[in-house]
Design a protein around this ligand. Structure first.
Ligand SMILES: [Zn+2]
Length: 745
């Protein structure tokens, strides 16, 4: 029997201004909304749901005896509609909200239809409290309407976990509801974990248990005979009730077929109920027909049994099988053995009477479970309540202050600061593109925030401006494209170049003779336009100092100097943790510190610069001079014909005992040392970092000169050889990585 209507009734709590609306839905998908008005004082009101639930709002508030009356009667009622009538409820409106059909779309349309019709009704009735029960999709429509219309919602049976779409609906209603009544301690904890205000949560126990714990009647025999035949005895029959799992219809139909096969083989008297009308039920009914269940003498297939009779049938059954909540919940009150199939009730708290067959994938598994469980008697379970839920709920309802602000407050727990899931943080390493423009090579690298060189690209540095700019752009674009596959997120581009740079504008003002056509070059604009990324540019010596500051010996050091001795000599000065650029961006041109009045000629045009003594070029010049006079080569050395004489040969000769070569190196080291003493006397750093290919060659000589010549108060300076392999690239990257969050250049 299906009603397919919605009942609206009016009720007042006696205070004329307070109206309570009760909503309850049925197994057969009826959406009941009971609103009771003060004129028709009902003796009782009843909530019915997929489970029996009853309550007497009006009379309970002050009159205990009517509660008892009501509870007694709820159990005896024949069907809900008549029960409501019997209770003198004034049914003044009925709404059709169920769309015919047994698929997902029909459920959605039913919710939609209810949403269309409910505002009118609620506007007319203007309830103060709306009671929503359970987790059916129609209850979601009621809760949604009430929440949007600023009506207080009391949700019953929230916080439970069952393992289907019902979970989502139940929790969604929890979020909409202002007050919560739950059945078990774990449901209560779930509600608190869901950030609901614990002051508005009542752990009442399951209302149906109020009735169930005393529901066994002595005249059960006639009920058993009505549904199962005259010769049936208690504990000798099975009740089967299996519903489709809407999230996996195909699987649940298959599971149903296996269950039917197992039951046919088991050959016990079986009362089987047709599934509810959820999506998938049509296929399940078809499976029943195919197996000839209705013709099988052991089976009795029925569409509907009045709940109070059904409860008697469950109470005296030898076993209940299926996936209905009644099995894991109500059956426990009688200690009836239960086989719970599949995942529909996953997460529900169950008593020891329940045997789970979660993966019901073969008939034998189910058959074995039947053999284990049939005709056992378990102790009555009280997980879901102690029989006093309804009086608690009524007390709670009475305590609701309708003058209290309606705004819901969510009690969010303190959460550790964390970043929401973002592609940057899940997959990609924050990185920079680093460009190093040297006299010989043009190098581009992808460098991570941690200073790891992810990938390096090298090309000869073109001699003309146009070719060079075009190549930088191409290499950067290629690297940026590849960075995605390397799981790197490019934050910006840092460019290290020889010459004098205005870092504020990203312009190379003047270059060394090593890089042709490199004067007044705006490097920032073309690279930034090509990559749509911020671009920083600085001198290679300054970049080396930045690299030391972020990744090297200079980490955490406020005042230090880097001296790079390679082909030329450069450097950078960090003062109070900042690079010194000077008024014309010419600070830290350390290679051109002059240490003698005459001395060798320097690339800069002056004489006696430390670059002229101690750079690779300076040493090469001296090596050639010795070689031309045939004074360079010693035993154990060889220079191939095509090979240019270089600093490497000079150092090799000195190591092999060539005193002329040793003298050249000593002079170079002394010049460098004196230059560094001048730096100590100018900026008084606490650390000097020697970097570049010749750093270790000069280390001890520099230390000696400082010990001999520096003012005593600068003597505490530490001299270290850099351990960075790519200072120019790392420094260039550090500009982008450290400043990328700063949106201005
Ligand atoms: Zn110079």
């Amino acid at each position: 029997m299906q009603h397919n209507f919605t009942t609206i009734q009016q009720y007042s709590t006696g205070r004329k201004e307070t109206t309570v609306v009760l909503s309850f839905s049925f197994q057969e998908h009826e959406l009941f909304i009971g609103l009771y008005d003060g004129k028709a004082l009902p003796k009782s009101s009843i909530f019915y749901s997929t489970r029996i639930f009853s309550s007497n709002i009006k009379n309970s508030i002050g009159k205990k005896e009517t509660e008892e009356y009501f509870i007694k009667h709820a159990c005896l009622s024949r069907n809900t509609y008549r029960m409501i009538e019997q209770d003198d409820f004034d049914i003044n409106t009925s709404l059709h909200t169920i769309v015919r059909g047994e698929d997902e779309a029909a459920m959605v349309e039913s919710v939609g239809l209810a949403l269309v019709k409910l505002p009118d009704v609620l506007n007319r009735l203007k309830p103060d409290v709306m009671i929503v029960h359970g987790d059916r999709f129609d209850a979601l429509a009621v809760a949604t309407s009430a929440a949007l219309m600023n009506i207080r919602i009391l949700h019953i049976e929230g916080g439970e976990v069952s393992g289907t779409i019902d979970d989502s609906i139940r929790h969604a209603i929890t979020k909409l509801a202002h007050y919560h009544v739950c059945c078990t301690r774990s449901a209560e904890l779930h509600l608190i974990a869901m950030c609901e205000d614990h002051k508005r949560i009542l752990l009442a126990g399951c209302p149906s248990y109020d009735l169930l714990l005393n529901a066994k009647t002595k005249d059960y025999q006639s009920i058993l005979q009505t549904w199962l035949g005259d010769d049936v005895k208690p504990k000798e029959y099975i009740v089967a009730l299996q519903h489709p799992v809407t999230t996996n219809i195909k699987h649940s139909v298959k599971m149903f077929e296996l269950t039917l096969n197992a039951l046919i083989t088991f050959e016990k008297r079986t009362l089987i109920l047709f599934p509810n009308i959820d999506a998938g039920s049509k296929e399940m009914v078809r499976a029943m027909r195919k197996q000839g269940i209705e013709q099988n003498p052991n089976f009795r297939a029925v569409k509907h049994i009045p709940f109070e009779q059904f409860i008697q049938l469950v109470a005296y059954a030898g076993l209940m099988i299926g996936n209905s909540s009644c099995g894991v919940r109500e059956a426990g009150a009688f200690g009836t053995p239960v086989i719970n199939l599949g995942t529909r009730q996953t997460g529900r708290e169950t008593g020891e009477n329940v045997l789970h067959v979660r993966d019901a994938d073969c008939q034998n598994k189910i058959l074995h479970a039947l053999q284990l469980q049939f005709a056992k008697q378990y102790p009555c379970s009280k997980i879901y309540g102690d029989g006093n839920a309804v009086p608690r709920i009524l007390k709670f309802l009475k305590s609701i202050d309708i003058n209290e602000p309606l705004q819901k407050n969510f009690c969010f727990p303190p959460v550790k600061e964390c970043i929401s899931q973002d592609i940057d943080h899940i997959l990609e390493t924050q990185s920079a593109l680093a460009v190093d423009l040297g006299g010989t090579n043009l190098r581009v690298a992808i460098i991570s925030m941690q200073g790891d060189l992810i990938k390096k690209y090298i090309q000869p540095n073109p001699e003309t401006f146009n070719e060079r700019i075009a190549l930088i752009r191409k290499m950067c674009v290629d690297a940026a494209t590849e960075s995605v596959n390397l799981n790197c997120r490019i934050l910006g581009v840092g460019i290290s170049t020889g010459g004098r740079v205005n870092p504020a504008e990203g312009i190379v003002l003047h270059s060394t003779k090593l890089i042709q056509e490199w004067i007044s070059v705006d490097l920032r604009t073309p690279i930034s336009d090509a990559l749509h990324l911020p671009v920083w540019v600085d001198n290679d010596g300054n970049c080396a100092a930045l690299a030391e500051k972020k990744y090297g010996h200079g980490k955490g050091v406020e005042n230090f100097v880097t001296v790079i001795t390679g082909t030329g000599i450069g450097g950078g000065i960090i003062h109070n943790s900042e690079l010194i650029h000077g008024s014309m961006f010419c600070a830290a041109e350390l290679g051109h510190i002059i240490v003698s009045l005459d001395g060798p000629e320097c690339m800069c045009g002056a004489r006696g610069c430390i670059e002229a003594y101690a750079s690779g070029m300076g040493l090469q010049r001296e090596a050639k001079k010795l070689h031309d006079e045939d004074l360079l080569m010693v035993e154990g050395m060889s220079i191939k014909n095509e090979e240019a004489v270089s600093a490497v040969h000079l150092i090799q000769a000195a190591k092999l005992g060539n005193t002329k070569a040793q003298n050249v190196l000593r002079t170079a080291g002394t010049a460098l040392g004196i230059g560094i003493v001048n730096i100590l006397h100018t900026v008084n750093p606490s650390l000097v970092i020697l970097s570049g290919v010749l750093a270790s060659t000069f280390e001890s000589m520099v230390k000696d000169v400082i010990a001999q010549r520096a003012l005593s108060s600068t003597q505490n300076v530490e001299v270290l050889v850099s351990d960075l392999l790519e200072p120019a690239l790392l420094g260039a990257a550090s500009m982008a990585l450290d400043y990328a969050t700063r949106r201005t250049y």
